[in-house]
Ligand binder design. Structure first.
Ligand code: ADP
Length: 309
């Protein structure tokens, strides 16, 4: 993190100051020129048009489901407007450590449910996060990527902020994003905004492949009427979007109270073998693994973008 950013963080992040300063003051800049995330095979950016559509819920349950298949998985929570991963993994209040190797210092991600984790939420209090400016978030994100001991991973998942902005651009400048995954609800309001996010990934100078669409909150089925589906946010909006923009529909996740309850308890629902909602996420993970393999077989490696953002 640049000196000016450290100073800014200094002023705003009082209680996590120690960790932040440790992490920033000990890192050597000589690694800056090296390849980023050399041990990571696939980088997946989870994006949405709007907030509140379940993007973090999808990112978290996808990460643990992939880990359950035996894959090595990392998850970076870059959603500055609501860094919810510490809560969803039950590690709120914990802080990442620092490890020394060959005289160099690296941030050590936390590990829970088989997933290596870092979150902007580890650096700030709930009420402080939103006052961070774009460049500060981007710098912290870069440090999470370049100064961190991630080791070898099959999937690195980024939970991006909603919409399009500084964080998206700086991620794509820093790492070659293998593919993005788009989360939407079926509602027209969400679909409209998600089209803008898709437009960003498809810009010629960005050109990040889109793996497909996940339709969250697709319907609601009351326990006493298990055959019924109620389309509270409209019917098949995600499915129609996928067709219209010629991309796969990777999954449809219904509204299930257990999804939220498990998130609040720090134990993602995908970990529960006997929850039907968990099965939706495990199915999604299989689709993601399959489409990542297809993407890698059919398309060139992504390059990092070059632009002044
Ligand atoms: P985002 O990351 O898009 O802002 P979140 O993942 O934080 O959205 O989800 C917003 C809220 O909706 C949370 O309270 C979450 O528990 C809840 N939620 C998300 N998906 C579902 C679902 N399929 N069923 C029930 N609740 C859900």
């Amino acid at each position: 993190i640049r000196k000016d950013c450290i100073n800014a963080i200094h002023m705003m992040v009082s209680d996590s100051l120690e960790v932040t300063v440790n992490m920033t003051s000990n890192v050597s800049s000589s690694r800056d020129a090296g390849p980023v995330l050399p041990g990571v095979r696939n980088i997946i950016a989870v994006a949405s048009g709007k907030g509140g559509v379940g993007k973090s819920t999808i990112a978290v349950n996808l990460a643990v489901s992939l880990a359950q298949t035996g894959a090595r998985v990392g998850l970076i929570d870059a959603d500055i407007y609501g860094p919810s991963i510490p809560l969803m993994f039950g590690i709120k209040g914990e802080r990442p450590g620092v490890v020394e190797r060959d005289g160099k210092h690296y941030i050590q991600p936390l590990e829970k449910h088989g997933v290596k984790l870092l979150s902007i939420g580890f650096l700030v209090n709930d009420d402080q996060a939103v006052v961070w400016r774009g460049p500060m978030v981007s710098s912290a994100l870069k440090q999470f990527v370049t100064e961190c001991d991630w080791g070898d991973l099959d999937y690195m998942i980024f939970d991006l902020p909603p919409g399009t902005g500084d964080v998206h651009l700086s991620l794509m400048q820093t790492v070659p994003v293998t593919a993005s995954l788009i989360v939407t609800t079926p509602q027209e309001l969400s679909i409209l905004d998600v089209k803008k996010a898709i437009g960003m990934f498809r810009l010629p100078q960005i050109n990040v492949p889109i793996l497909g669409v996940v339709e969250n909150m697709a319907w609601f089925t009351p326990a006493e009427l298990p055959e019924n589906k109620y389309y509270l946010f409209g019917e098949k909006g995600g499915e129609k979007l996928a067709k219209e923009l010629d991309m796969p529909l990777l999954g449809q996740i219904p509204i299930v109270a257990k999804v939220g309850e498990h998130a609040d308890q720090g134990s993602p629902v995908a970990l529960s073998e006997n929850e039907l909602a968990g099965q939706h996420f495990r199915d999604l993970a299989h689709m993601v693994a399959r489409y990542v393999a297809i993407r890698n077989a059919e398309q060139e490696k992504t390059s990092t973008i070059e632009m002044n953002a």
